[in-house]
Write a protein that binds this ligand. Structure first.
Ligand SMILES: [Zn+2]
Length: 610
């Protein structure tokens, strides 16, 4: 990345003389937009933001994003209590609301100071939260941008930081409490943790890494996490043959209650996992971390054209999430295999579960991977998440990544693989500052490295809803998919939740014990087996056996709470196992070995050069 100039804001904060100096320096480079974020009332989750606008046009507009991080409209403006503005002499300036998320300031040609108060209490890696324990900030949720200066340098200073708290962020440090970014987009791609966290750091593959953990030290082992991070970083950077950063930060939160998952950034990731779930299944942490780390290439740098420039004022429609998210999950598997964190058997078993997840959703015959990407913006709605309405672009995208890998190997006689596809996209798009044309751009890369026509693959399985003929793809590595009828435990209902929202009941099986116990569509599940409902509830339900007693606390649409109990039943379900063919040839074995390493069998001419 290019080095940018660090602008010090304090120089012209409030001083008329300095304003003059700032105006003079305008000729060389755009003046910085300067923010101060005051954590003045953590117990009330209130933050006061001050923005110093440099001199410029008389009329300015300030916009608070309506979305960021998640592909969901979240209307952060709902939390803005008030907005006011003054000129540099302290004289009030008129502030006019233009729409729900935009404000206009007049007479600001000599610069202006805008102040507002915002309520900040959205937990999780996608949110911004300030409370007496800590602050974790997705800055897009709290910082308005100056519409004509999104590309200008930005500075942010944190004030009223409680005694003993520290600040951690991938932003460039100007002083202990002040940081800078070359643009607004970079500013808000940089999470900030302020509090009493634990910290470690390490070097790997020539890069420097910080690990920031805000959790009960009894719930994790820093040395073990750092050891796993070494392996993940080494596996991913060697797979991509690239390290497009000098420093990178891992932020972790391990709450005892509901947890939100992971969020990728160009120079960091923020990951939140339930402490108990992590103890029961330690591989959750390395899986999510591998996924989010790989995003530093796929989506942050290998980026679809449809997401650029980001439009913070409305939905940004893209057909590419099956690739940007789903194929990141494919890479997650390969990185874990290369890092020795999972073995072949665990990998194939996970892949079988992904096949099952897709096959069990009737919508796999009606909604394509591209349509699922476009419809990401509907995911906040319970009905949309039902199996007959939608598929997941993570799920089908991960499988498409595996099938594309196998198809490219087949077409190139083993000389190219998904690795070459991604490296080609990294070299031809990311490194050249270009964006790729959604699925067309992926096809271009896959065809370039395989020298084959892959039109039908993209038409049938990416843009279309043809059934994926699994065995045709797996044959080349000596495997097939076997459908196995099973009696599986059945709780009698389907429930789902939006990223940090409550878990709501979408369907109750007619005649089931759940129905007899009084469970109704639209009920919110508050607790399962005495534990708050959240990300880990699904795992808990999956681990129950038929005959076990299930106890849930639910809240009806009208707000009344009930404690319900019923016995877990059972039903027939097809599970999918990926097994050896009866005869596996030497050629198939060799292909499989290369596939599970994520490597081509021999380098195609030119593809290995950077
Ligand atoms: Zn992701």
């Amino acid at each position: 990345m290019s080095v940018f100039r660090v602008h010090k804001c304090r120089v012209f904060r409030g001083l008329i003389l300095s304003f003059v100096l700032a105006s003079i320096s305008l000729a060389q480079s755009p003046a910085a937009v300067c923010y101060t974020v005051a954590l003045s009332a953590p117990e009330q989750h209130l933050v006061e933001v001050q923005i110093i606008l440099p001199p410029g046009a008389a009329q300015r507009e300030l916009q608070l994003p309506v979305w960021n991080a998640l592909y969901q409209i979240r209307d952060f403006a709902q939390y803005v209590n008030w907005v006011r503005a003054k000129d540099r002499t302290g004289k009030p300036l008129p502030v006019r609301e233009v729409d729900k998320s935009r404000w206009r300031i007049d007479n600001a040609d000599g610069g202006a100071i805008v102040e507002y108060q915002i309520y900040v209490d959205s937990p999780g890696p996608f949110g911004a939260q300030v409370n007496p324990h800590h602050a974790f900030l997705n800055l897009a949720q709290i910082l308005m941008y100056l519409v004509d200066a999104r590309a200008a340098p930005q500075n942010v200073r944190f004030s009223h930081v409680p005694e003993g708290w520290h600040i951690a962020t991938p932003l460039t440090s100007v002083s202990r409490d002040e940081f800078s970014a070359p643009t607004y987009d970079r500013l808000v791609d940089s999470p900030v943790e302020i509090g009493n966290f634990q910290e470690s750091d390490f070097d790997e593959a020539g890069g420097h890494f910080r690990v920031i953990i805000d959790a009960d030290p009894a719930d994790y082992d820093m040395a073990k996490i750092v050891a796993d991070l070494h392996k993940i970083v080494a596996a991913a950077t060697s797979w991509m043959d690239d390290r497009p950063f000098d420093a990178y930060t891992f932020f972790y939160h391990f709450p005892r209650g509901p947890a939100g998952g992971g969020m990728e950034h160009a120079y960091s990731t923020a990951i939140e996992l339930n402490a108990n779930a992590m103890k029961q299944s330690p591989e959750i942490l390395t899986g999510v971390t591998s996924h989010e780390f790989f995003h530093l290439w796929n989506v942050k740098r290998i980026r679809p054209q449809t997401l650029e420039p980001v439009d913070y004022t409305k939905e940004n429609y893209t057909r590419a999430l099956w690739f940007s998210e789903g194929v990141t999950s494919t890479a997650e598997g390969i990185i874990q295999l290369r890092a020795g964190l999972i073995n072949e058997q665990q990998y194939l078993s996970g892949l079988g579960q992904q096949v099952a997840e897709l096959e069990h959703r009737p919508a796999h015959l009606t909604q394509s991977a591209e349509e699922s990407s476009l419809d990401a913006w509907l995911e906040g709605n319970g009905y949309y998440r039902r199996p007959e309405r939608s598929i997941s672009y993570y799920n089908k995208g991960e499988l498409l990544g595996v099938m594309l890998d196998l198809a490219v190997r087949d077409a190139s006689h083993g000389r190219a693989s998904l690795r070459e596809v991604l490296q080609w996209m990294n070299a031809n798009y990311a490194k050249r500052g270009r964006f790729f044309n959604d699925s067309e751009g992926v096809r271009e890369a896959a065809e370039a490295v395989s020298h084959a026509d892959l039109n039908s693959f993209f038409a049938e399985y990416v843009a279309g809803t043809e059934e994926i003929p699994w065995d045709n793809f797996f044959r080349s590595v000596g495997l097939r998919v076997v459908a196995v009828p099973n009696r599986v435990p059945e709780a009698g209902f389907i429930a789902s939740r939006n990223f940090d929202g409550p878990m709501t009941v979408g369907a109750v099986a007619a005649g089931s014990d759940a129905e007899h116990a009084g469970l109704q569509v639209g009920d919110t599940i508050v607790e399962i087996q005495g534990k708050p409902a959240g990300q880990e509830s699904r795992q808990m339900l999956l681990s129950m056996n038929s005959g076990d007693m299930l106890s849930v606390k639910v809240r009806s649409r009208r707000g009344t709470e009930r404690d319900l109990k019923w016995k877990i039943g059972s039903r027939e379900e097809i599970s999918y196992e990926i097994r050896d063919l009866d005869q596996v040839s030497g050629e198939q074995r060799a292909r499989r070995t290369a596939w599970l390493k994520g490597e081509a069998q021999s380098a195609p001419a030119g593809a290995e050069s950077k």
